[in-house]
Design a protein around this ligand. Sequence first.
Ligand SMILES: NC(=O)c1ccc[n+]([C@@H]2O[C@H](COP(=O)([O-])OP(=O)(O)OC[C@H]3O[C@@H](n4cnc5c(N)ncnc54)[C@H](OP(=O)(O)O)[C@@H]3O)[C@@H](O)[C@H]2O)c1
Length: 281
Amino acid sequence: MRVLVAGSGGQLGLELAELLPARGHEVVALSRGDFDITDAGSVDRVFGEHGPEVVINAAAFTNVDRCETETEAAYAVNALGPRNLARVCERRGASLLHVSTNYVFDGVQGRPYEPFDAARPISAYGRTKLAGEEHVMRLTNRWTVVRTAGVYGRGHNFVRTMLKVAAGRDVLKVKDDEFVSPTYALDLAEGIAGIIEGEGYGLYHLTNAGSCSWYEFTREIFRLAGVGTELIPIPGSEYPLPAARPANGVLSALGSPTLRLWQEALADYLEREAAAPAADQ
Ligand SMILES: NC(=O)c1ccc[n+]([C@@H]2O[C@H](COP(=O)([O-])OP(=O)(O)OC[C@H]3O[C@@H](n4cnc5c(N)ncnc54)[C@H](OP(=O)(O)O)[C@@H]3O)[C@@H](O)[C@H]2O)c1
């Protein structure tokens, strides 16, 4: 398939740009500098040049806290960008796979969120991402929306941050009342490749299996990386951030491809990180 990847400089985009050609697809992977999804004219031009059959939108404004104050910019990327892509895909007969987030949910429910549960975002990031989903679903018939959570890969992410922070500290406090299924960008890319190859349109929840609190996640990161920093579990109220996060951010994979357990994925990731040149980190 001829696949256009938007946002190929990001964690997921980088994995897709490597994985899809290895699976036999003809791939045009464009990062923000070459393809700004908020620019409708550029979206038209790029489609004209490359004529993709499938578009994967891995581009997003992902800094959750900055979205609270830079809401206009976040809306442009997270909602108007997918709208531009959806319109052109519909006009040119291409399929669109758009990536979204567990932060479309409020996190108060007592079980993992199914794709059919009502979205009720509690942050500007979540609201802009939900608006993006809605544009995609309304403006094109050949849509796929993949919601994921806690993504880490070759970019700025929780795992790298915790390892960096730990280097200078004996003790670290981490939230223990907010739950997520941490997801390795490489596994997410594989799941997405499977979905487009199967022409499986619709709404998916795609994360590594299992779930944990951020404290439990950090404990496993430190155990695997051999970090001796002492960890103290704290309630989120002790570490206030500009944007609210869902307490229960766990997605149920009902009807979606199953990815391996988050602990296995994390071990694999840390091994690859240890083998990667420092410039990559
Ligand atoms: N990261 C997570 O924990 C997480 C959790 C749930 C869902 N998701 C979703 O998963 C998807 C992939 O996330 P990720 O972790 O790969 O994010 P990421 O590493 O932040 O990558 C996003 C990429 O989009 C690019 N971008 C921003 N504005 C753009 C624009 N106007 N046009 C084109 N590209 C633009 C960014 O470029 P610059 O760096 O130059 O701005 C960046 O390379 C996103 O849809 C995100 O919402 C992520």
